[in-house]
Design a binder for this molecule. Structure first.
Ligand code: NAP
Length: 283
């Protein structure tokens, strides 16, 4: 049997259409649009692509997107000053600092400078802490998008064994917490995990978020597992996931493709978080 392919692109498009309607109504009422500032430091080509995608999505649904391009040589304090100005700008309701930042900048310290109410990436310690406590306000966009895929595809988490491969603050950890709060039994794997295949073979649900092309192979999953591929890897000029799609889709019950799975949902949840931030700030 082959897996059902979760069409993240189509789900994201449908959600963005609903959001477009909502932003139009909000602008009619409040007379100004939600505003998102995206800060890009340096010239990382992948980051440039992500920032462009985010800006285009904003424009499509009626969010004002302010793109701030800064030199890779900028000092940490100068970057923080830019963020402080945005914190005080009432046209800007949401701030995103595109990661990774250049090595001489302490990314954690920069993120802590963002006003918690404008932290639509959900990476500020207050937002991550609230997520841990089960009282989230802003949830990181990728895990939030995956939860939306589960909801729309009616994939039950309660009682399931879930394995997350990857423990980053942006994807792996918040994903694991969200699934735990939804009553899955969760295991988190990383580079020091011994015998990863024996762990993934136990999983009803696998989230592959390691950033290693094709690392999840057909023999690493059990029959009928749900496989969510977060990975975005460039291989010979092509975008590929962390999952060997061809082999795994022969065994899984559900699978997300790369591209067209998790990626469009991440952008869509950024828009959702921006509208949420606007509604909370503009009463
Ligand atoms: P990250 O910060 O580099 O974290 C990668 C995690 O994977 C780390 O915890 C690392 O373990 C673990 N890992 C790496 N190789 C492994 C291996 N061979 N076996 C087991 N664990 C391994 O990356 P990230 O920001 O979480 O992103 C992960 C991937 O998702 C990347 O490809 C990224 O481009 C992609 N991504 C996609 C979207 C989207 O919208 N589609 C959004 C965000 C990220 P250690 O902690 O031990 O080093």
């Amino acid at each position: 049997m082959t897996a059902r392919i979760i069409n993240g692109r189509a789900i994201a498009d449908a959600m963005q259409e609903e959001m477009q309607e909502e932003t139009h109504q909000l602008v009619d009422k409040k007379k100004f649009p939600p505003g998102l500032a995206v800060i890009l430091v340096g010239e990382n080509p992948a980051s440039q692509v992500y920032v462009r995608m985010k800006r285009k999505a904003c424009e499509k649904i009626g969010i004002y997107a302010k793109q701030i391009l800064l030199s890779g040589a900028i000092k940490e304090e100068e970057l923080k000053d830019v963020i402080r100005q945005l914190n005080n700008d009432n046209k800007i309701h949401a701030i995103l600092v595109q990661l990774p930042l250049p090595e001489h900048i302490n990314a954690r310290s920069v993120i802590e400078t963002i006003d918690v109410r404008k932290d639509v990436d959900g990476l500020h310690s207050v937002n991550l802490g609230n997520l841990l406590l089960g009282i989230p306000k802003f949830i990181p966009c990728t895990p939030l998008g995956i939860m939306e895929l589960f909801k729309r595809e009616k994939i039950e988490l309660k009682g399931k064994r879930a394995v997350v491969v990857g423990r980053s603050n942006m994807v792996g950890k918040p994903m694991a917490i969200l699934m735990m709060h939804n009553h899955a039994t969760v295991t988190i794997c990383h580079t020091r995990t011994v015998d990863l295949p024996s762990v993934t073979r136990e999983a009803d649900i696998i989230i592959a978020a390691a950033g290693k092309a094709y690392m999840i192979t057909g023999d690493m999953i059990k029959d009928q597992a749900v496989v969510i591929d977060v990975g975005t890897n460039r291989l010979e000029g092509k975008l590929v996931g962390d999952v060997d799609f061809k082999a795994v889709s022969q065994k899984a019950s559900f699978i997300t493709p790369v591209p067209g799975g998790v990626g469009p949902m991440t952008v869509t949840m950024l828009l959702a978080n921006t509208i949420k931030a606007y509604k909370e700030q503009v009463k």
